[in-house]
Design a protein around this ligand. Structure first.
Ligand code: NAP
Length: 326
């Protein structure tokens, strides 16, 4: 087993991770980004990005990711296209991070930006039409549905809040919920019930997303769970808000999380382990934007840079250490 010694390991490569790497590598700290299964994270699968400052004509998710990747690389960031399968934070710095292919990275500081994923319905057509009518982000994609018919799936705060936002754009917004009672707060329910553009379909699940020859969503197949009735409906957009899952499982028992699995940080982005900070959606359940994640990554990196600077005299010189077995 090869052991790679570096100063900073960034776990995750979304806007938080790539921004953190830009800052640490530009501060002359040897930085390795372990990208995870998808370089760029969620934004990499967003077709158009119109709300990231600096792009008056808009950009695409993949273009934004490539620009961020290249910018951090320019200052020396190295990329490992693999996922983290194991970490040892408990024994303090230097920390040990292991990837799926068995490589080990030993770093003086770790920046955790591993993100969260919107839950999927896992129905036919869902993955196929992501970015072409299926979306998990109203702020990102709502603008493309001006004058269109939209369905929102879910009955929690996210579904209702995003449905309200989508009424700014859509001709109609129909919320499809699997029960006849909402999980969302009463305050949100009151606002949603008062909105004339929003209607509800209760006790119903979406079973399939249909698309047309132009590659975009044209309709859904839904099933009433009480009567079993299956019907097909024309729609232009399917927004799915059935919760999020933070990717914190690999840190179980080491990083402190809340009950939902989000990593707990202090105002300086420090976790319960000294030398390990966290940024982006692994802690943020509220904003979930590329720009807020990037800002988080910057702040977490600045904390890391300061922390390493304070320990400069104690840090051992870096050299690749080949280690057999382990
Ligand atoms: P959530 O509260 O877990 O709600 C998920 C909703 O999706 C539930 O209504 C659930 O149905 C439904 N659902 C789950 N799996 C499903 C499936 N496979 N098929 C169909 N429906 C499914 O998630 P969230 O709305 O994203 O909220 C997450 C947290 O963030 C909550 O604590 C929430 O309060 C908070 N939040 C707060 C605000 C705010 O304060 N304004 C805004 C957004 C989120 P059931 O009800 O039947 O389980």
């Amino acid at each position: 087993m090869k052991v790679n010694r570096t100063r900073v390991v960034v776990i995750g490569s979304g806007p938080a991770g790539l921004t953190a790497a830009l800052y640490t590598s530009r501060a002359q700290l040897e930085t390795v980004v372990i990208t995870g299964p998808q370089l760029g994270g969620q934004i990499a699968t967003t077709h158009e990005v119109e709300n990231f400052p600096g792009f008056p004509e808009g950009t695409t998710g993949p273009d934004l990711v490539e620009a961020m990747r290249a910018q951090a690389e320019k200052f020396g960031t190295q990329y490992v296209y693999d996922s983290v399968t194991n970490v040892d934070f408990e024994h303090g710095t230097p920390f040990r991070v292991e990837t799926g292919s068995g490589e080990v990275y030993v770093a003086d500081a770790v920046i955790v930006t591993i993100g969260a994923n919107p839950r999927k319905l896992n129905i036919p057509g869902e993955a196929e039409y992501v970015g072409h009518g299926v979306s998990y982000c109203a702020t990102c994609d709502g603008f493309f549905f001006r004058g269109k018919d939209i369905v929102v799936v879910g009955g929690g705060d996210s579904a209702l809040q995003e449905a309200l936002f989508l009424t700014k754009f859509g001709r109609s917004v129909r919320i499809i919920h699997r029960r006849d009672e909402l999980r969302a707060s009463v305050a949100l329910q009151t606002r949603v019930f008062a909105n004339e553009k929003i209607s509800f379909t209760w006790d119903t699940v979406v079973e399939e997303v249909k698309g047309g020859p132009n590659g975009s969503v044209t309709g859904i197949v839904q099933r009433n769970v009480k009567t079993g009735e299956i019907t097909e409906h024309p729609v232009d957009g399917v927004f799915i808000f059935i919760g999020y899952d933070p990717n914190s499982g690999v840190f179980n028992g080491q990083l402190a999380t809340d009950a939902a699995g989000y990593v707990i940080i202090d105002p300086l982005y420090r976790t319960n382990i000294e030398g390990v900070v966290a940024a982006g959606e692994i802690h943020d359940q509220t904003f979930r934007q590329a720009i807020t994640a990037a800002g988080d990554g910057c702040a977490a990196a600045l904390t890391t840079i300061d922390w390493l600077q304070d320990r400069e005299d104690e840090l051992e010189p870096l050299e690749a250490i080949a280690e057999a077995g382990d």
